[in-house]
Ligand binder design. Structure first.
Ligand code: PGA
Ligand code: ZN
Length: 430
């Protein structure tokens, strides 16, 4: 008789992500008949060193973005390779996926195909045991609810405005529970809509559900967040921090960082001074990707001067890759990791990166992508790893609220055992 948790079959299909582009969903069936589904997200401001996302390139379908080849790979050679493995042995399954692919960047089979299988395996294993995914991932002691980094104003590659910074976030860390933090965020979000309307701006939404008004200055955007926070009845700094994702790799233009809203073209030193002036002026607690993906010297210099008062987050710098993270730890290039499973392509490698970062004293933010689905795995990943921080967009659009609603359900289920991370997980040091 087949063991209950053994992988019996894989199915995959092309579905749509939140931008209306195709992505892959994978369904795993175990020996006992348990079935679980996982869907893979996709970035827009992707890092140069991310694992390879396989797209068909057939211009006749979805403008070349189809993922039929990835679907076929899952149902063909990947299924042949993993059938009979135990879903409880996540590492064995993920190793088999890597071995089968045989490349360092997962370019043969595609990181999207592999991640779908990897995540669906974990979901099926949890379901088969009758336990929630965060418990399967984090064991008996998992109980920390993350502080949400809520992206209320969208710019950069996520909006068609002139804002250079990609994400303007609020972090309601002063709340006492996740549920309260979520309420504060939603209240601030709605006040922000009023303020933007009063100023005569449209309130269309960007890719991550934040507003994408036609603002062109970073200061302007931050001022709107501060005013919305205050008018909603909360104290900026004390109760609600500001966080930015510069996604500065997207700003590089002929070796300089071009801020089109500000009409500036800066060397790394000039850009560092620009960030420092903002941090002097506003209650900014965290900046992600302040420099480009390979501008290690700029990162290092900035972390040396600002790392003691600011969380400096490597997203496109680290791409959830242990080798790049090791270098960043050695060089003290950043004090936080943004963890995105699809940047590396398996759950085990994502967990490796999170563990490596935590062991070196870096903080961790578990993160969505700008192109998302209804899949809520990252909510469980944040609780399971106790990351204490999550970035999953604004307070609108179902693919964003799905993760928040999952966190509410987890907080509910944990009852008095739940603990909201608040400011605790935010790293400001070294
Ligand atoms: P992406 O953006 O998913 O488009 O890469 C998210 C981020 O940069 O953090
Ligand atoms: Zn980023």
């Amino acid at each position: 008789m087949m063991t209950a948790t053994v992988l019996r079959s894989l199915r995959a299909r092309e579905i749509l992500d939140s931008r209306g582009h195709p992505t892959i969903a994978v369904e795993v069936t175990l020996g006992a008949g348990t079935r679980a589904l996982a869907a893979v997200p996709a970035g827009a401001s992707t890092g140069a060193h991310e694992a390879h996302e396989r797209r068909d390139g057939d211009q006749e379908r979805y403008h070349g973005r189809g993922v039929r080849q990835a679907v076929q790979a899952v149902e063909g050679e990947i299924q042949d390779a993993v059938i009979g493995l135990d879903a409880m042995d996540q590492r064995v399954v993920d190793d088999a996926l890597n071995e089968l692919d045989g490349t360092s960047d997962k370019s043969r089979l595609g990181a999207n195909a592999l991640l779908g299988v990897s995540l669906a395996t974990a979901r099926a294993a949890a379901q088969c045991q009758g336990i929630p995914l965060y418990r399967h991932l984090g064991g008996l002691t998992a109980r920390i609810l993350p502080a949400p980094f809520m992206n209320l104003l969208n710019g950069g590659a996520h909006a068609r405005n002139r804002l250079d910074v990609q994400e303007f976030m609020i972090v309601p860390s002063g709340a006492s529970t996740f549920g309260e933090a979520l309420r504060w965020g939603a209240e601030i979000f709605h006040v922000l809509a009023d303020l933007l309307a009063e100023a005569g701006h449209g309130i269309g939404l960007g890719d991550e559900g934040g507003f994408a008004p036609p603002l062109d200055s970073t200061e302007d955007a931050i001022e709107f967040l501060l005013r919305a926070t205050e008018r909603a009845g909360y104290q900026p700094g004390e109760q609600v921090g500001i966080a930015l994702d510069a996604a500065a790799g997207e700003l590089l233009d002929n070796g300089r960082y071009r801020l089109k809203g500000e009409d500036l073209a800066l060397e790394a030193g000039g850009l560092a001074a620009y960030w420092t002036a903002l941090v002097d002026r506003y209650p900014i607690v965290s900046i992600e990707d302040p420099f480009g993906d390979d501008d290690w010297n700029a990162w290092q210099a900035f972390a040396a001067t600002e790392g003691n008062r600011l969380q400096i987050v490597g997203d496109d710098l680290f791409v959830t890759n242990v080798d790049r993270l090791d270098r960043g730890i050695r060089d003290r290039a950043a004090n936080a990791l943004l963890a995105k499973p699809n940047q590396v392509g398996t759950l085990s490698e994502t967990l490796d990166a999170i563990r490596t970062a935590a062991a070196a004293g870096l903080s961790v933010i578990v993160s969505h992508r700008s192109g998302e689905t209804e899949d809520t795995t990252i909510a469980d990943l944040a609780v399971g790893t106790g990351s204490g921080q999550i970035k999953t967009g604004s307070l609108a659009r179902g693919e964003r609220t799905a993760k928040y609603n999952r966190l509410l359900a987890i907080e509910d289920e944990l009852g008095s055992g739940a603990q909201y991370a608040g400011w605790q997980a935010l790293r400001r040091g070294r």
